[in-house]
Design a binder for this molecule. Structure first.
Ligand SMILES: NC(=O)c1ccc[n+]([C@@H]2O[C@H](COP(=O)([O-])OP(=O)(O)OC[C@H]3O[C@@H](n4cnc5c(N)ncnc54)[C@H](OP(=O)(O)O)[C@@H]3O)[C@@H](O)[C@H]2O)c1
Ligand SMILES: *[C@@H]1O[C@H](CO)[C@@H](O)[C@H](O)[C@H]1NC(C)=O
Length: 332
């Protein structure tokens, strides 16, 4: 009896501990807000820009290719909901020079006001076997995918803290939740964003700034089509175990989660399972989210082990087939 009472009290205390940081943020109001999207001229970034524009936001698009930017600007403007809305284009490499990134963001803020939502979506990928990937690709991917998200965020954070409001989204990837064959150069850059996001969120939460990490699955975009051209067979076969998403759908989920200030943003049932499995010590934004993680984690680990087993067997089969064909080549 005494033990039961003690357990009950411990449970209540734990619950209170859990609940105390769980005050959900106030949703961001998109009408009239200034949204900056890096990588906004293509794929997921473009769809995020369109989604925000449709909800009345002012948009700054950042990417390198000016023609692509102007074309995208025209495309986005078709969705205007009032005649005050503006789409600003900035051509800059987000990964090269911090000062330059800071300067262009200053200019954008002079024109459209302080940034309410920054979406770090500029990114690129290279797949291949570890030994086949050029050494400088490791550096380039880290620069674009990781530093290319650090620089714009670093450039807007002080103003956000002064205003005690703001949202920052990092577009990671499911490859930022688990390492898969062929992604030795790409995965680490997307894992890095998660570490950045967790640490930054703890710093800025008292300033009413909320960070979101998005983990999109394979998504039909120009970037994805380009990557698919050089994917190893193993990577292709593993990818085919789940379906390809539409960029519009992925963008809708990311914008919704950014507005609500959710730390995690994922799409689909695989995405849901991965977000639970990898929740680790990441911040929670609601009680239900925390409870789902506590209840489902063990079960999902079992499901995950089956997935891992099937991936391993794909890799082994490919290796054996390759060796067999090499041997027959030799005997001929
Ligand atoms: N598609 C997928 O399956 C998938 C899955 C998971 C995660 N993601 C991530 O989602 C993001 C968007 O992917 P996506 O498939 O939509 O890509 P995408 O179609 O290739 O578009 C990439 C965008 O980033 C810009 N960009 C690239 N390097 C840049 C740089 N150094 N500085 C400034 N802008 C740069 C590109 O414009 P410029 O080339 O003109 O600069 C373009 O606007 C990436 O971070 C990607 O890793 C994609
Ligand atoms: C992660 O975000 C998605 C929505 O983007 C949500 O459906 C899911 O429940 C979240 N996962 C966890 C573990 O909270």
């Amino acid at each position: 009896m005494l033990l039961l009472a003690a357990a009950f009290i411990v449970a209540i205390v734990l619950l209170l501990y859990m609940v105390s940081p769980l005050i959900s943020p106030k949703p961001l109001k998109l009408p009239g807000a200034h949204v900056v999207v890096t990588g906004g001229s293509s794929g997921i970034g473009k769809c995020i820009a369109i989604e925000c524009y449709k909800q009345g936001a002012f948009i700054t698009l950042i990417a390198r290719d000016e023609n692509k930017l102007l074309q995208t600007k025209k495309e986005i403007e078709k969705y205007s909901v009032n005649d005050k809305q503006v789409v600003l284009c900035i051509s800059v490499d987000v990964s090269k020079d911090y000062e330059q990134v800071e300067n262009v963001l200053k200019q954008a803020q002079e024109k459209l006001g302080p940034v309410d939502l920054l979406v770090n979506c500029a990114g690129t990928s290279v797949t291949g076997k570890f030994e086949d990937i050029e050494v400088n690709s490791f550096e380039r991917l880290m620069a674009v995918n990781y530093l290319g998200s650090v620089y714009p965020s670093r450039a807007v954070i002080s103003t956000m803290k002064e205003r005690r409001m703001g949202r920052i989204v990092f577009v990671s990837s499911q490859a930022g939740q688990l390492g898969l064959f062929g992604y030795t150069a790409y995965s680490p850059t997307k894992f890095a964003l998660r570490g950045l996001a967790e640490a930054l969120q703890m710093e800025v939460k008292p300033y009413n700034i909320y960070v979101t990490v998005a983990y999109p699955p394979d998504t039909d975009t120009p970037g994805f089509a380009e990557e698919s051209k050089t994917k190893p067979l193993e990577t292709k076969l593993i990818s085919e175990t789940s379906s390809v998403c539409q960029a519009e759908q992925v963008a809708r989920v990311i914008v919704k989660d950014a507005i609500q200030g959710n730390f995690n943003s994922s799409v689909g049932s695989d995405g849901y399972m991965l977000s639970i499995l990898t929740s680790g010590m990441s911040p929670v934004t609601s009680i239900t989210e925390g409870l789902q993680q506590v209840v489902c984690m063990g079960i999902f680990r079992i499901v995950g082990l089956f997935y891992l087993g099937s991936f391993d067997s794909i890799v082994r089969r490919c290796m054996m087939q390759r060796e067999k064909s090499e041997n027959t080549d030799k005997t001929e």
